[in-house]
Write a protein that binds this ligand. Structure first.
Ligand code: ATP
Length: 355
């Protein structure tokens, strides 16, 4: 089922939770709603589900305006962060619950329910836990059961609110892969809320980035990560070095430092934000080098595939910190010492004009 929301607005008292949100979720996609805490992700999900009413705007399901349609008729399945499994029921009964609650006319027989529940438990690879109670399961197992229960009523849309939020990092990672695989089998239009950028980029077909009740960017993981369109998106996805500067004569002036050959077209005197990822900065030890940002080496961290150098800006801005990612070989060549003054030279720089 395709989902479209148009000009959604939601106010909680004087606080604007959603500010004119319009989005399209094509049928069969797995979409992540990503953004910092309080940006409106859950509110948007609840409005799509029909658990919350927008002040204005519409929710269109498969081309039909469903804004007034009751939650039960929208055919959505939910999974929330705090697994709402019924504690006094076995796993089997939890998954069977939605089917047994159907109106008498459309309720399947117990035999059909049993077959279906076992099929779903096989799908989430937990058939062997059918007779256990939720308290006898791990957190990850509970979330998989919650998903099986949501799928039992054959929803046309699956809405997941921080489904793995309460789990530890390792289990989260496993479940992410597992969710992706499950989605590839079922192709149910699914929207999941997360504030974890890695989770969104790893799992989703498309990512919707939100901040302060607004959509900042929509795109594939590659598009939003490699081609961020706003300073917020740049800063939110991955580590980044951010500094302020002024473009003059095609050069970027950062405090007393100058970066040459920007290749960017800005008017004279344009105030800009400049962004560079840690791997887009190199270090040169020759401080006579004209183009570069002066910085003092603070720490060299060598573990994993790449080494990280932490530096403090000198001329560029007071209190400015930089992080540079280099190959161990490059770090070896440079043989940096703590307190050494160096220059940072960006291989790539993204500029955004300041308002
Ligand atoms: P989180 O990641 O922390 O769950 P979120 O992006 O999902 O955040 P929402 O739960 O959508 O954010 O909330 C958006 C804003 O609206 C928050 O500032 C929240 O405090 C506020 N809010 C949400 N529900 C209500 C409510 N029922 N009454 C008043 N304010 C609310």
């Amino acid at each position: 089922m395709s989902i479209e929301v148009k000009n959604l607005h939601k106010q909680f008292g004087s606080f604007t939770a959603l500010d004119d949100i319009s989005l399209n979720f094509p049928s069969g996609e797995l979409v992540a709603l990503l953004g910092p805490s309080g940006c409106g992700k859950t509110t948007l999900l609840r409005i799509i589900a029909g658990l919350e009413q927008a002040d204005s705007g519409s929710v269109i399901l498969d081309g039909e305006n469903a804004s007034q349609t009751h939650v039960r008729e929208r055919q959505v399945g939910f999974v929330f962060q705090h697994y709402a499994l019924f504690k006094h029921m076995t796993v089997f009964d939890n998954v069977a619950f939605g089917l047994r609650m159907k109106p008498r006319k459309s309720r399947p027989s117990e035999k059909v329910i049993a077959e279906k529940v076992h099929r779903l438990l096989e799908l989430v690879q937990l058939d062997w836990l059918a007779d256990r109670f939720p308290s006898q399961l791990s957190g990850g197992q509970r979330q998989r059961i919650a998903l099986a229960r949501a799928l039992a009523v054959e929803p046309r849309v699956l809405l997941l609110d921080e489904p793995f939020g309460a789990l530890d990092a390792k289990v989260r990672k496993e479940l992410r892969r597992w969710l992706r695989k499950l989605h590839d089998e079922l192709h149910i239009t699914s929207i999941f809320v997360t504030h974890d950028q890695e989770e969104a980029l790893e799992v989703a077909d498309r990512v919707v980035l939100m901040d302060h009740g607004k959509v900042e960017q929509v795109g594939t993981p590659d598009e939003v990560y490699n081609h961020p369109q706003t300073p917020f998106v740049y800063g939110f996805l991955g580590s980044v070095n951010l500094f302020h500067g002024r473009v003059d004569d095609g050069h970027l002036h950062v405090g007393d430092d100058v970066l040459h050959d920007l290749g960017e077209n800005y008017g004279p005197g344009s105030e800009v934000y400049a962004f560079a990822r840690p791997h887009e900065l190199d270090i040169v030890v020759d401080t006579q080098q004209v183009s570069g940002l002066s910085a003092k080496v603070n720490r060299v961290l060598s573990f994993g595939l790449n080494s990280r150098v932490e530096l403090d800006g000198i001329n560029s801005a007071h209190g400015q910190h930089f992080e540079v990612e280099l190959s161990p070989q490059r770090v070896h060549e440079l043989s940096l010492t703590q307190g050494q003054i160096v220059k940072l030279v960006p291989s790539k720089l993204k500029l955004f004009q300041r308002d």
